[in-house]
Design a binder for this molecule. Sequence first.
Ligand SMILES: Cc1ncc(COP(=O)(O)O)c(C=O)c1O
Length: 386
Amino acid sequence: MQQPFIVFGSPQIEPAEIDEVVASLHSGWLGTGPKVARFENEFATYKGVAHTAAVNSCTAALHLSLLAADLHPGDEVITTPLTFCATVNAILHAGATPVLADVDPATMNIDPARVEAKITARTRALLPVHFAGRPCEMEALMAVAERHGLKVIEDCAHAIETEYHGRKAGTFGDFGCFSFYVTKNVVTGEGGMVVARREEDIARIKVLALHGMSKDAWRRFSDAGFKHYQVVELGFKYNMMDLQTAIGIHQLARVESNWVKRQAVWRRYHAAFEALPIRLPADPVPDTRHAYHLYSILIDEAKTGIGRDAFLDAMTARNIGVGVHYLSIPEHPFYQRTFGWRPEDYPNALRIGRQTVSLPISAKLSDDEVGRVIEAVLNILGTAER
Ligand SMILES: Cc1ncc(COP(=O)(O)O)c(C=O)c1O
């Protein structure tokens, strides 16, 4: 009999989240209310920061951070070609121009030397992505930013638990942006958070996230009586809901125990695949903390006898969900058309994007399911023609 399908990135939802959502429904407070404020405070405590703003996605968090960074048309923002399209799209929606700097082939993170080479008179900001939860070389990147007077917006969509030299990801730059999308390490369905160094940036982001309405507009329906609001600038509808944070509060309470579970899965994969002719993710280096968000292997057909896409199909045929993180940004027709970007100009991201396969690493996986993933990988690569 066929085994059940292992959904890639399936979230671990416990009775605590379900009960809290039901309680929110009974309370009548579904939208932005006291649970959002509580989630912001608890996230701030977890990250050891003072200023947070919950929004409805990391895309929104990036967009608002870039707006708060006060970019102007023609300003350039340097980012990585190995990321989700949201990173680059947020730069465009903020009215700035994205510039790509290739990744380091081993760490898969943006290469600080290549960043330096892309600086021009128009460069205003850096947008590094802590890929898979591995911290970027923040000392080198912050040194480049300081030398050239650049804002830094960290894309921490994979990196809630990530640390670099004792400091938490998202606290190096002016802004840190987090995702609580269903496959992420902390889940709210859709959801995001901005962490900012300056209180006035978070105040502006909160206004921008709710139509540009004056501070604390969400309180206008509270039991303290109706409060008038004023639209003080043109904003967006990016606010998070109590219903979402009802899930997030309990997810955040388990962030560390789930990290331990994913670390154990990572280590099992590492031990099982050591002898295979594939590239495994680079080990975390000392004095850093990897968030173990993705476990991505590289399938080089010349070595394995099977192409990446055939490998994806073979895993799916065994009822195991897999992911691709990511086809490099310049492979997509929109960016080619708009910027004339060519994939071969970013060879490391190009090769990774064409060879990469992410295996399931959710905290929800049972030992047996991890065993099934291992068996499938060994089976597919063991029987592949060389
Ligand atoms: C690196 C990266 N940045 C940004 C995002 C956007 O996150 P969200 O879906 O919360 O908007 C994602 C989501 O997958 C991501 O992986």
